[in-house]
Design a binder for this molecule. Structure first.
Ligand code: BG6
Length: 511
């Protein structure tokens, strides 16, 4: 097994005065620091247009940011950490100004003895993903004779297949693929990583994990919030690009891929790529039947009026951007041929929840009747809950106590919160630590990004060019357009509409 070492280093955050850096990145780095996971020889250099001094940056991004309320931290740890923070004002689109960055890095390298090791984190608009690496390269900052130079970027990795290929080509022009870390924060979630452990550390699931025993697989990632002030960005993106092409397809890959030969980045990524290659592209004539899109409409939620998507600030009043997307597709390989996969995501759905449901086939004979449906017996289901109320739930039938042989459905569950040491780390913390160690297992590989776009692109093309394909309205707070229910053709099955708490009976839930 590959071992990774934490070396002295400088982390450079471009876009350091922005929201992501302040809310997620700096708190995550601070947590790593206070848990003793960062070396003493470590510096964080914020880069941005805002003209901060080092002290102003420390105050704005860290000290004035309620960090020290964090139970991991103490005031001492806080002021100690703050001594590792620095700032360089820079117009990132002006190549000449990178000379300032170069001399600042040289100086920090000497002061902290970081041996030339450096991570460049682009927490910037994607339009700078080409510009910044090119400017770093123009000053020779993209490589070092003895230290490592890594590049971290956030999704979106392209807008479609063509732009994703172009972006990969640009990035690989300056950095080796092994040094490019593409963050999909779903892969940093503990429960997403647990998918691999659940599947491949247990003898009971994997023998059943195929077309012979599984009837269908569904994935729901729902949010109750709307676009929350991100209307401008969202209107040029939509649910398919924002969530489905990346987060949901990564979940599909982990749930459906073959066992890797080892728990290494190369082996896992190679299995994921094979899986993406087996996902059947949807012919444009079929898009209307298998891909449903929707947009939330004004509605009342718990007595309050909630505005519709087109009324959101920054959104075009005639917008045709989807805030809901549901898809049916198949994976044509030995394991999954004929098993439908259903995935959906949306904003302004009833609750924030992400879960994967594996629905098993029924036994060949119906010996006992179900207490709730005398004609049918429920399918066994394994529910893998990503968030919230993280855990696993297995639904199965037992005899209803009494003098008849009626089958009653019950759930057997495990919740992370029941573990004694159930402190689930923030996704960013795990991902940053892995990047610091140089372990790319939980990052998206360039090839898998292109393969997932290859699958999604024809659907987006059809949505854009075929005026016959409707965009359905759905009331804010509902489970999306009813047309999405029709994707599941099996008459006695429907989407599992999860509750906020992980529970077998989803008919009555507290949302
Ligand atoms: C982001 C999307 O990638 O994921 C957001 O851009 C979305 O629109 C978010 O809200 C959801 O993440 P999580 O971790 O809350 O499920």
């Amino acid at each position: 097994m590959q071992t990774f070492k934490i070396e002295p280093l400088i982390i450079v955050i471009f876009g350091a005065s922005g929201d992501l850096a302040r809310r997620k990145l700096i708190p995550a780095i601070y947590d790593l620091f206070s848990r003793g996971l960062l070396p003493k020889n470590f510096a964080l250099l914020g880069v941005g247009r805002t003209k901060y001094t080092d002290d102003q940056f420390r105050q704005e991004s860290f000290l004035g940011n309620n960090f020290l309320d964090n139970p991991a931290g103490t005031e001492d740890a806080g002021s100690d950490f703050s001594n590792h923070l620095f700032y360089q004002a820079l117009d990132t689109s002006d190549v000449a100004q990178y000379e300032l960055l170069k001399s600042r890095l040289d100086q920090l390298d000497q002061n902290f003895n970081t041996k030339g090791n450096c991570i460049f984190y682009l927490s910037t608009p994607p339009s700078l993903y080409g510009t910044i690496p090119a400017a770093l390269a123009a000053h020779g900052l993209h490589q070092h004779p003895s230290g490592f130079r890594r590049l971290v970027i956030e999704k979106p990795f392209g807008y479609d297949l063509v732009s994703a290929v172009k972006l990969n080509r640009t990035l690989r022009g300056y950095f080796l693929e092994d040094n490019i870390f593409r963050i999909d924060h779903y892969l940093g979630k503990e429960t997403v990583q647990n998918l691999l452990v659940t599947r491949f550390s247990n003898g009971i699931f994997e023998p059943l994990w195929n077309r012979n025993y599984i009837q269908h697989i569904e994935i729901t990632s729902a949010e109750d919030i709307g676009v929350e002030g991100r209307g401008g960005y969202y209107d040029s993106s939509g649910a398919m690009r924002d969530m489905l092409q990346n987060h949901l397809l990564q979940l599909v890959a982990l749930v459906a891929m073959e066992p890797p030969i080892a728990p290494t980045a190369t082996a896992i990524r190679s299995e994921k790529n094979k899986l993406f290659q087996s996902m059947m592209e949807v012919p444009s004539a079929q898009v209307r039947q298998v891909a449903i899109r929707g947009q939330y409409l004004q509605s009342h939620i718990r007595g309050k009026v909630v505005r519709g998507y087109r009324e959101e600030p920054g959104v075009d009043e005639k917008s045709r951007t989807e805030t809901f997307a549901a898809l049916k597709f198949s994976i044509e390989n030995w394991r999954w041929s004929g098993v439908p996969f259903y995935i959906r995501t949306g904003k302004r759905l009833p609750t924030r929840v992400a879960e994967i449901t594996i629905t098993f086939r029924k036994p060949p004979q119906r010996l006992f009747r179900s207490e709730t449906d005398l004609m049918n017996q429920a399918n066994n289901q394994l529910v893998i809950r990503i968030q919230p109320d993280e855990g696993l739930l297995l639904n199965f039938a037992v005899k209803k106590p009494g003098d008849s042989f009626l089958a009653s459905n019950v759930g057997m569950d495990f919740r992370y919160s029941e573990l004694g040491d159930a402190d689930i780390p923030e996704a960013y913390e795990r991902l940053l630590l892995d990047c610091i160690k140089g372990d790319s297992t939980l990052f998206a590989h360039g090839e898998s990004v292109e393969l997932s776009w290859r699958f999604i692109d024809p659907i987006l093309q059809a949505w854009q060019h075929d005026p016959e394909i409707p965009i359905y309205g759905y009331p804010a707070g509902s489970w999306g357009p009813i047309e999405a229910d029709g994707l599941i053709e099996d008459t006695d099955l429907k989407w599992r509409n999860p509750c906020r708490r992980l529970t077998s009976d989803t008919n009555f839930c507290e949302l």
